[in-house]
Design a protein around this ligand. Sequence first.
Ligand SMILES: [Zn+2]
Ligand SMILES: [Zn+2]
Length: 165
Amino acid sequence: MYRQGALPKGACPRCFAPLNAIALGAFQAQGCRICGGIFADNALSSRITSILDRTIVADAFSHAARKAAQPLDLHGPKLSCPECSLAMLPNYVQAANARVDACAEHGTFFDAHELEAVSRAYRRRREAGVPQAPRTTPSLQRTIESSEAGPVEVGIWQLLASLLK
Ligand SMILES: [Zn+2]
Ligand SMILES: [Zn+2]
């Protein structure tokens, strides 16, 4: 499959749909409404990675996650950077037992399932009664529910945005 170099600028590295500029709290990123992935620049990527670490380690979710996880494919096909089309390098996020793909120059692509790990960790915390869950305002909630494009992913982005504040 001829992929590298054929990827149009601004296309999702995972599913090739056009990425859209999205706001995550005070940050800007590029999000894919088809697969729910997010391409974040280097400054934002390190914050997202630290949220993955903090949330999942604090929740002790990582044990279960690692046991249930599919074997990590660190040597699978490389994704292409949406900015420069060069192959991105896999980075290992230990807490999330996840592989993310990074272009040293432009940023990191986070798959939706990596972001979902954060979401699951928060749900478990809520169920355990830990009063740490971010609050969603009623109007925001309506926006999420009435959104036609990828309601699940948009919910994850919303959670991420609230964690980035
Ligand atoms: Zn996508
Ligand atoms: Zn790049």
